[in-house]
Design a protein around this ligand. Structure first.
Ligand code: GLN
Length: 530
């Protein structure tokens, strides 16, 4: 089979959580900086069809793509590093693969054949690589395999990437193995044995990687010269294909660190396309390291303060805005269940992020009320718009105002369930998901921040503002500043006569980029600056 696209497969070894996704995305960023068209995808071993129903405490943020898929937070990294919008097909879980195959089997598409792990599951995995590369018209398509090599549940992915090399030609595939090299403090040395073992596991599948990334403790790096040669000798890779990657202060340093660590030699053997222009990353790291004196404290009123990865895109969007404005960001986590006015008084601005379920919601309404009362900068994201509307309606006389999601009588349901959503509350993939346009009202803060009246943002919600209560909401201090083009759904609200109080039914955080702050977040940081 002939191919114009090159494929990079990134596997992990020893332990998970050492930044395989960031490394994969950084390789993508470097190739993009060489002028190549790069796309990415993740293969995740778990059996959930998507991340929509996963508990964020366990799994972190549910990232929403433009076409409305509820995915893993790694796709957020891919978008921030590549500045390319992913699709629902940019992630394939085992659950999604099996569902697809079983649906085809039930539809009689296999013509009487026995459906098997090899070649059917592995074949479908490979088809997703080809389809994505074709869809994005990529020069290089990067595939990250979730988990670590040797995990029972990820074997079909490893087998698929091995077969794929034979299918499209080994020269068109680059295998990258990211493994952890622990520091042993008792003997004061790095230990490569676990990495050697994971490379042996990979060899058992018939894969000898073209690049080995050794993740290690930064402070001890001076004691590391033997690591590359040892891994090279024991693992059948050349020494210049072993890239030592110390911990970085910020994930956005990783593309530059990877270049310094020697990623270009093995990459350029694979695809020769001139030097990468890393200016964008150099500029970004400079602004991260600028260390400005002025500090802005932003309170995040949230439910999962024990797993802040739940709000990853929000915190990344806040950081990007602070770098742009040139202030030091201090994120203060405010437990929505225990929040008091003192917590809100102690910060310069407040974000109420998205969320589901009644737990902590009164704390979020209290935050919105406090900001309206004290003219404190407020940015509401999805649920954060709904809590703002509830707060305003209560101030405007609807004493029992609430959302139908929590507890609302028919005469106080200022937020109610959207048409067609009833009965679907605990099902997957059924919300209003993905990109939707909004029309902003001329002369509003929303229009001023965006610099246009036509915006598109990503969505993930089931409930919406009940426009029957517009008068009371206005009396309580909020006006509608943007709706769906047909006027039916409220997309933006903002304070009447406030310095900065704005909320959107969407999730603008998904479209923020580290080097291109989102206007709503930038606005919040500017307004929160003393
Ligand atoms: N739970 C709310 C809804 O479904 C808000 C969702 C969110 O914040 N993403 O409408």
């Amino acid at each position: 089979m002939k191919t114009n696209t090159k494929y990079i497969f990134v596997t992990g070894g020893v332990i998970s959580g050492v930044g395989k996704g960031i490394m994969a995305a950084s390789i993508g960023a470097i190739l993009k900086a060489k002028g190549l068209k790069v796309s990415m995808q993740k293969c995740d071993p778990y059996f959930n069809v998507d991340a929509g129903l996963l508990n964020p405490r366990e799994h972190g943020e549910c990232f929403v793509t433009q076409d409305g898929a509820e995915t893993d937070l790694d796709l957020g990294h891919y978008e921030r590093f590549l500045d390319e919008e992913m699709t629902g097909n940019s992630i394939w879980t085992s659950g999604k693969l099996y569902k697809h195959l079983i649906d085809d089997e039930r539809a009689g598409k296999f013509g009487g054949k026995t459906v098997q792990l090899v070649p059917h599951v592995t074949g479908l995995v490979q088809q997703t690589f080809l389809d994505n590369a074709a869809h994005f018209k990529s020069d290089v398509h990067i595939v990250e395999i979730g988990g670590t090599v040797g995990d029972m549940e990820g074997q079909h992915f490893i087998e698929a990437i091995r077969e794929f090399g034979t299918r499209v030609g080994r020269e068109n595939c680059l295998y990258v193995h990211v493994c952890y090299v622990p520091w042993l403090s008792t003997s004061q040395e790095f230990k490569t044995k676990p990495a050697q073992n994971s490379l042996r596991d990979l060899r058992e599948f018939g894969i000898i990687p073209d690049m080995v990334v050794a993740r290690m403790d930064v402070d001890k790096l001076v004691k590391a010269p033997h690591v590359a040669s040892k891994l090279a000798t024991f693992c059948a890779v050349s020494e210049d294909a072993v890239v030592l990657m110390p911990d970085a202060k910020s994930v956005y340093e990783v593309p530059l660190n990877a270049v310094k660590g020697g990623v270009l030699a093995p990459l350029e053997r694979f695809i020769d396309h001139g030097d990468p222009d890393m200016t964008q990353w150099e500029k970004l790291v400079k602004s991260i390291e600028a260390n400005p004196k002025e500090e802005v404290k932003i309170g995040l009123v949230a439910k999962y303060i024990d797993n802040t990865d739940t709000y990853l895109s929000v915190t990344e969007a806040l950081k990007a805005a602070a770098w742009k404005v040139g202030v030091k960001l201090k994120t203060v986590w405010i437990d929505a269940e225990k929040a008091t006015e003192d917590d809100f008084a102690a910060v310069d601005g407040i974000v109420v992020p998205g969320g589901f379920g009644v737990r902590g919601v009164e704390g979020k309404i209290l935050a919105a009320n406090y900001c309206l009362e004290h003219d404190k900068p407020y940015l509401g994201l999805c649920l954060g718009l709904q809590t703002a509307v509830i707060a305003a309606a209560r101030r405007g006389g609807v004493k029992k105002a609430n959302s139908e999601e929590f507890d609302a009588s028919k005469d106080a349901n200022v937020v109610y369930i959207m048409e067609g959503q009833k009965g679907k509350e605990s099902t997957g993939g059924t919300m209003r998901l993905g990109n939707y346009p909004a029309k902003l009202v001329k002369g509003t803060l929303a229009e001023k921040l965006y610099g246009t009246t036509d915006v598109v943002e990503r969505h993930r919600h089931r409930y919406e503002v009940n426009q029957r209560f517009v008068k009371e909401i206005e009396k309580g201090g909020l006006k509608i500043s943007g709706t769906s083009p047909d006027g039916k759904l409220v997309e933006f609200v903002e304070g009447i006569d406030t310095k900065f109080f704005i909320a959107t039914q969407a999730h603008p955080e998904f479209r923020s980029r580290p080097y291109r702050a989102h206007p709503l977040f930038e606005g919040l940081i500017r307004a929160s600056k003393k």
